[in-house]
Ligand binder design. Sequence first.
Ligand code: HEC
Ligand code: HEC
Length: 409
Amino acid sequence: MRFAQSPIHLLNLGNVSLLICSVGILAAGCSKPSFEANRLAAASFLESQDQQKVDELAGSVGELVEQVFGPPDAPKWPENAPTAVDMAEVERCAGPVGRAYDKVERGLYRKHCVQCHGITGDGAGPAAALLAPYPRDFRRGTFKFKSTSIGSKPLRSDLVKTIEHGLPGTSMPAFGALRNRPEFEKDIESLAEYVVFLAIRGEVERRLLKRAVDSEETPSLEDAKRVAASVAELWVNASANVVEVPLIPDVPPAEYAASVERGKALFTSDQASCFKCHGNEGKGDGVSQDYDEWTKDWTIRVGIDPASKSEWKVMKPFGALKPVVDRSRNFHLGGLRGGSTEQDIVKRIVLGIDGTPMPAITVSETDPNAFNLENVFDLARYVASLTGVKPETEAATDSGTANSAKGAQ
Ligand code: HEC
Ligand code: HEC
């Protein structure tokens, strides 16, 4: 296998120089940050921990990706790819923090997100290793809290909701306060564009790495552009994969109590199996606990046991963080990540949580082996009752299908 060497992308300096820049110590002498090559994916696809081999592959693909998407200070959109992001917004988020000649604020991503999500969107910012769960690595192109089916891209409105409201119970903050200042009012939408840019860029890189390993050849610039176009296409068509989420009706108190009871029985039934992961009482202590797809990607997929330090530590030199089990939720702690209203919970049950062990369930009024709508509502009311959020105090943060239509790009 032949791969051109590219030392620039192998230097792990992006975050470090950035940190120094952001605290202003060396403001005058800051070197321009670069996107970091995905060495972990390279090692995983190669099924090798040979540093030189991994660096050669990651470096040559990283260089190609830079030709197509540009460096962090000068992002560009791949030629001939369908327009999946608004580059004017992307440019506003990219680059160093500050105001340009037109007084418009720039560098929003480095101002608000980089310490956790990293300059490359790899979820490995300087603060990452201290956080549980780890910040999201956008480069798989997989998102958890969305209106679309498992395996599909989220809508912009899903990302906007996450950035605006945060993910309760995790370190992902709510940026909703930006809405209170006229000059920052649209920043959340811009940041969502930038997340999509980083996600597309990262997924293109991953696909090119895989392709290089499978074909034992360095991909060409034309290959890179073609891959970029097909990944962009997935984002452009995201709204085709929206799943209709039924609206949960209000019920009178007596009916409500019966519904919660039925939900509890279903929760602990073999048919629904919720208890296997969430435990009999929904405390997140079921027998089945597993890792998420981000972790499995470089462990289980290549035969590494994530629970064994002696096994997983071979991937540490490539940027791997200690694998942590993606425990199922303890509902009694309240503050659910995807929203705590009954409607939010219905949405989670119907859609599942992509990239995690939480499955989507099939709803059908005709198939006796599937769940019907009443079953889903019963389950959602039971789960909501555990969180302590009273139905009458619920704020409608998200209204299923109504929101989906608005979110279509
Ligand atoms: C203090 C750390 C921190 C900061 C700052 C932060 N995030 Fe996050 N973010 C997280 C964590 C942790 C997660 C993963 C939570 C999970 O897995 O449930 C996350 C997840 C996400 C997700 C994925 C949601 C999904 O559905 O999968 C998006 C999108 C996101 N963050 C965007 C941003 C943006 C944009 C900014 C800056 C405006 C930002 N984050 C700032 C910690 C942070
Ligand atoms: C195979 C294991 C598994 C099964 C079975 C399972 N869950 Fe989950 N569930 C999880 C995991 C893991 C998470 C957390 C995923 C994450 O956010 O990373 C989760 C999260 C959730 C959430 C979202 C909480 C939030 O913070 O937004 C809800 C609601 C939920 N589960 C309900 C259910 C219900 C109801 C059932 C049964 C129909 C069920 N789950 C079955 C593993 C499971």
